[in-house]
Design a protein around this ligand. Structure first.
Ligand code: 5RP
Length: 294
């Protein structure tokens, strides 16, 4: 190994080629460390730069949500069709087998439920050591901009960003919409930018008017939540509009697991996000898959 003599002489220095400086496929992430890029690349597919996250963390505030009563029965079969999973550690450890090798966006804020009118008082609910133990690819913190808990939730976000940064784990900031909170494009424009400025590597928000301006003004990728269950065609249209307006993917829950055919829905969403299918084309795919899967 440590030979000094008799080695081939090194000669291929590629003097005619500049050092590779390819820009990274994820917005705003050119200058983060290799480990963080590796984790982000597990979430956002390198070939499209986009992601389909399956969100099933609703139980942490809503209890046994429709479609999530038995995560082992309803969610486990969907896992192969998602790029990434957004869930609590309790759900993952108890109901999802550690065999799928899908990146986990770990719900790391906790502290309120829908029983409370003001849900904005959360804390950091996961120790960073346990996030590493469960092999989280990202940490997710809910932020209540403009609510009573604005300051404490922003504190949760920056503490988590710092803890994750020490280990190369990115943080996703969720722009929360509490029961009485504003849901205007002006609000989302402000909230998404605040989260990115504080260091969030991914921002999750809702689709709204002027979304292209919100996406343009947010220097990191935005993923769009689905919200309450709407007809499949409408959810595919929402996905299409979000992607066309600059979203880097979806983080969708109820419109998948409450669909009549969740696997068909995930396949159709995938086709919109990664292959640019129109809502009509994607709905045709949904219908075909739905009947094939029955
Ligand atoms: C729950 C969440 C969900 O992950 C988020 O709302 C996405 O799910 P849905 O598409 O059902 O809105 O943050 O607290």
């Amino acid at each position: 190994m440590a030979d000094i003599d008799g080695n081939q002489s090194a000669k291929n220095y590629g003097l005619d080629q500049p050092a590779m400086s390819r820009s990274f496929h994820i917005k705003g992430m050119d200058h983060v460390d290799w480990g963080m890029k590796d984790r982000l690349s597990r979430i956002f597919r390198p070939e499209s730069g986009k992601t389909v996250m399956l969100a099933f963390d609703h139980g942490y505030i809503m209890g046994a949500t429709a479609g999530l009563e038995r995560l082992d029965l309803t969610i486990e079969p969907l896992v192969p069709y998602a790029d990434a999973l957004m869930a609590t550690r309790g759900a993952m450890r108890t109901c999802i087998q550690p065999i799928h090798n899908k990146p986990l966006i770990l719900r790391a804020s906790a502290g309120s439920t829908v029983l409370n009118d003001d849900m904005s008082n959360e804390v950091v609910g996961v120790d960073i050591d346990d996030a590493v133990r469960i092999n989280a690819s990202c940490l997710a913190i809910q932020v209540f901009v403009g609510a009573n808990g604005e300051c404490s939730s922003l504190h949760n976000l920056v503490r988590t960003i710092d803890a994750g940064a020490r280990l190369g784990i990115p943080t996703l900031g969720v722009t929360a919409v509490g029961k009485e909170m504003e849901r205007t494009n002006r609000y989302f424009m402000l909230a998404t930018r605040v989260l990115a400025e504080l260091g969030a590597h991914i921002v999750k928000t809702y689709y709204c008017d002027d979304f292209e301006k919100i996406a343009a003004a947010c220097p990191v990728p935005i993923v769009v939540a689905g919200g309450k269950k709407i007809p499949e065609f409408d959810a595919l249209t929402l996905t299409y509009n979000a992607i066309q307006s600059g979203a880097a993917g979806v983080d969708m829950g109820r419109n998948v697991f409450q669909s009549e055919s969740p696997i068909a829905m995930l396949k159709a969403i995938n086709a919109v996000v990664h292959s640019g299918l129109t809502p009509n084309q994607a709905f045709d795919l949904y219908e075909t898959e739905k009947h094939t899967l029955v």
